[in-house]
Design a protein around this ligand. Structure first.
Ligand code: A3D
Length: 320
């Protein structure tokens, strides 16, 4: 059987980490693409030389030519620029929208059967635009944010309760950014809901509120420490878990930015919700019952995504 092919569009911090993880786990042969000449080739050469030490046979190559992503089974997109001082949110939107256009066209031409995971920010708008430009089915294009956001929430909860991260399940809904909605009621330690743990005196509502706030600002906390970039290890690990669920038809339930057609009262937008990922991509969107507070939080998040899409349509006439 032919080996799977994983194409990574963007060979920066996340792209390089994705390539390392995908090769280490032997998810398939890895193609790193970037517009910067030498960068994907250099990282690919370096990573290839990890093979003998780490014992993997996955082939890692670097390219500046979309032709080399031909027939990819999974594509993970991190191409774009980060916001720099003096750049407005709309400037960033305009630049990354152009990047999504070229990436979408590359995917449409060379890998129309791939499962595509978008990571480029502003996530909820970029995944929507990438889907529009690529023309792939909505079920085959998803955004990575919820797995990372809930990993952050779970990390802080595990630290709070002094338990293994493996026993913590947490839940985050909504857009990626300040408007995300960590849902405390559906977050548990080995099945015990966090509100019950508060009643049991294991923590307090105030401490959980602070953790929720820290989770929502989780990306910014890393940026303020790194100063020269944003998080990349956990974002890469999160996208790899989504790719593994697709490649292995694992049918994992993962929070992702998925295209909604009526679910949660939303039509035609990508919003972070729990989905099932299997061999057909997003196979199910799971609708959970939300209390009034979570519903209101989700609405704020949805409104923020809507605003971004209006801005995208204003920038690129093809999206109107
Ligand atoms: P970085 O290390 O700057 O890598 C981006 C790469 O994209 C660079 O190597 C660029 O050369 C390349 N690039 C730029 N334009 C193009 C193009 N047109 N075609 C191909 N490649 C291009 O960034 P990073 O890897 O740290 O982050 C990548 C993206 O992920 C950024 O938009 C971040 O904001 C975003 N991000 C999202 C999350 C989420 O949870 C959604 C988390 C962390 C980062």
């Amino acid at each position: 059987m032919a080996r799977k092919k994983i194409a990574l569009i963007g060979a920066g911090n996340i792209g390089g980490t994705l390539a390392h993880l995908a090769a280490q786990k032997e998810l398939g042969d890895v193609v790193l693409f970037d517009i910067a000449e030498g960068l994907p080739q250099g990282k690919a050469l370096d990573l290839s030389q990890c093979g003998p030490v780490q014992g993997f046979d996955a082939k890692v190559t670097g390219t500046n030519d979309y032709k080399d992503i031909e027939g990819a089974d999974v594509i993970i997109v991190t191409a774009g620029v980060a916001r720099k001082p003096g750049m407005s949110r709309d400037d960033l939107l305009g630049i990354n929208l152009k990047v999504m256009k070229s990436v979408g066209e590359g995917i449409k031409t060379y890998a129309p059967n791939a499962f595509v995971i978008c990571i480029t920010n502003p996530l909820d708008a970029m995944v929507w635009a990438l889907r529009e430009f690529s023309g792939l089915p909505h079920s085959k294009v998803v955004g990575m944010a919820g797995v990372l956001d809930s990993a952050r929430f779970s990390t802080f909860l595990a630290w709070e309760f002094g338990v293994s991260v493996r026993d913590v399940t947490s839940f985050v809904l909504g857009g990626h950014g300040d408007t995300m909605v960590p849902v405390v009621e559906y977050s548990t330690v080995k099945g015990i809901p966090v509100p019950d743990l508060i009643k049991m005196g294991k923590t307090t509502q105030e401490r959980i509120d602070a953790i929720v706030k820290r989770t929502a600002g989780g990306g910014g906390e890393v940026v303020s420490l790194l100063k020269t970039g944003s998080a990349f290890y956990a974002p890469a690990a999160s996208a790899i878990s989504m790719a593994e669920s697709y490649l292995g038809d694992q049918k994992r339930i993962l929070p992702c930015a998925a295209y909604l057609e009526g679910q949660y009262g939303v039509d035609g937008l990508y919003v972070g919700v729990p989905v099932m990922i299997g061999k057909d991509g997003v196979e199910q969107i799971i609708e959970i019952e939300l209390d009034e507070k979570a519903k209101a939080g989700l609405q704020v998040s949805i409104d923020a995504v809507k605003e971004l899409l209006v801005a995208c349509k204003g920038i690129d006439g093809d999206l109107a």
